[in-house]
Ligand binder design. Structure first.
Ligand SMILES: *Cc1c(COP(=O)(O)O)cnc(C)c1O
Length: 462
């Protein structure tokens, strides 16, 4: 017997069947041949890894059709039931409808992006955004770039090029693999001076590091981890006082940052931009699509002198945001002018502050419907779980929630059944993404309000 990888059907054979002929009709022979070639090659590779795999002709044709119809590509709709509300791989914050309307308006025709309607002259694209950030945070000035990584880089490049920046060894963070403080420093053209120890840094460590080469003092919010036990770090207030004593600016990278005190929504405390400014920060950087709940962007607020210098840096042009981002961000910031309406209007805060009892009630209504649509190969249950805020924010504090838990009724290969089930749901439209834990597929219901798509997928796939 030859290896199963050698028994795969030929392209010719696949395109002669009814299903193959339908694909040729729809997409043309050239594209179908190329797509089938790719799916056969992929199948061959998978069979060499696992001989037991059963790959039928229809599996090959299906995967070719997915590739041809663009379904296998990125940017398909996903139902995020992972329990991580701000999921970086799933696009972080979901925009409020006010932001969508604003994007539609500026995208569908010309706008006064950089045009002053009163004078008829060239205007500043950041003006409205700056006015809103001044009102919300009390900052003297503000600007915006492509993301927070860009904000940190631009601020450092402007204020500390060819000079030294002391940072605590406990704050040399890596965010999502590509943002590492030491590397961002190097790329910005400044030299990092590590101070203190991983678990303990004192004000005196910073003071000892200051010399005539020092450009500014910097604090980085340790978004995605916590150092526990025998620890000590320097507060923003103490660092900014020290910086100012030496006539240096003080910069803080809040990472997520937030414009409202989250404890008012029963969420764990996260440093606010206002707190950072009150502590005396001259430059504060934070993301647009983390807790703020807006589009991908990096916001910079601070003193007029610092922001003016940042805006004059030629790199600002390379890192600037486009009109659609600007429109969405401005619309989101306007919502912060009425904080009482925020949890109703802003999807991120609505999800994060959704009470566990409400999620439980929703789950109790969903459970019988889910059980009814599924075949008896699977069983559904409602179980308590914990959601996470995500995007590096507050990984330690988890939010109590409820999940629809699905397990296989089979006595053999139950784990494989659940893995296959999860994979089929991922390939559906919309793609439905949960997480597998203890042989069960969990769908955290915190981010689900309309169960129709989930129920229909469970019916199809089970
Ligand atoms: C997330 C984060 C960044 C990067 O922000 P992006 O908007 O993803 O570029 C930088 N610094 C800290 C502390 C962060 O948490």
């Amino acid at each position: 017997m030859s290896h199963p990888a050698q028994q795969l059907p030929s392209i010719d054979r696949l395109t002669r069947g009814a299903e193959g002929r339908r694909l040729v009709e729809l997409f043309g022979r050239t594209r179908v041949t190329a797509a089938l070639k790719a799916s056969i090659a992929d199948a061959r590779e998978r069979l060499f890894e696992d001989e037991e795999l059963t790959l039928s002709e229809s599996t090959l044709l299906d995967s070719a059709e997915r590739a041809l119809s663009g379904q296998a590509k990125t940017l398909r709709s996903v139902l995020n039931l992972t329990g991580t509300v701000l999921h970086t791989n799933l696009g972080r914050a979901v925009l409020p409808k006010q932001a969508l309307q604003a994007v539609l308006q500026v995208a569908s025709g010309p706008s006064n992006l950089e045009f002053d309607l009163e004078t008829g002259r060239r205007g500043d694209r950041d003006l409205e955004l700056e006015r809103l950030l001044q009102e919300i945070t009390g900052a003297e000035a503000a600007t915006v770039v492509n993301n927070n990584a860009a904000a940190v880089m631009l601020a450092l490049n402007t204020l500390a090029h060819n000079r030294q920046v002391p940072v605590s060894r406990g704050e040399l963070v890596e965010i999502g693999g590509s943002f590492r403080v030491p590397e961002i420093m190097a790329q910005s053209g400044c030299s990092l001076v590590e101070v203190g120890a991983t678990n303990r840094t004192r004000l005196s460590d910073f003071e000892a590091a200051i010399n005539e080469e020092t450009a500014l003092l910097m604090k980085v919010h340790t978004s995605n981890y916590q150092i526990q036990g025998f620890t000590e770090s320097v507060t923003e207030k103490a660092l900014s006082n020290l910086a100012h004593q030496y006539h240096l600016p003080f910069m803080t990278d809040l990472g997520s940052g937030t414009l409202v005190n989250l404890t008012r929504y029963n969420l764990p405390y996260e440093p606010t931009v206002q707190d950072a400014l009150r502590s005396g920060a001259d430059v504060v950087t934070f993301s647009g699509d983390k807790l703020l709940g807006g589009p991908q962007a990096g916001l910079i607020v601070g003193t007029r002198a610092a922001i003016d210098a940042i805006k004059k840096n030629p790199m600002k042009r390379a890192l600037r945001v486009d009109k659609m981002t600007l429109a969405a961000l401005t619309a989101v910031l306007k919502l912060y002018l009425t904080p009482e309406a925020l949890i109703k209007d802003l999807p991120t805060l609505k999800d994060l502050s959704r009470p566990a009892v409400e999620i439980q009630k929703f789950g109790e209504a969903l459970l019988p419907a889910a059980a009814a649509v599924m075949s008896d190969r699977f069983q559904a249950d409602l179980v308590p779980t914990k959601s996470q805020i995500g995007s590096g924010a507050l990984p330690i504090d988890v939010l109590p929630s409820w999940a629809l838990a699905i397990k296989s009724s089979a006595e053999l290969n139950a784990d494989q059944d659940i893995v296959d089930f999860a994979s089929k749901l991922r390939l559906g439209e919309p793609a439905i993404i949960g997480r597998i834990q203890d042989s069960q597929l969990l769908f955290d219901l915190r981010t689900l309000y309309d169960p129709a798509a989930l129920l229909s997928a469970l019916e199809t796939v089970s």
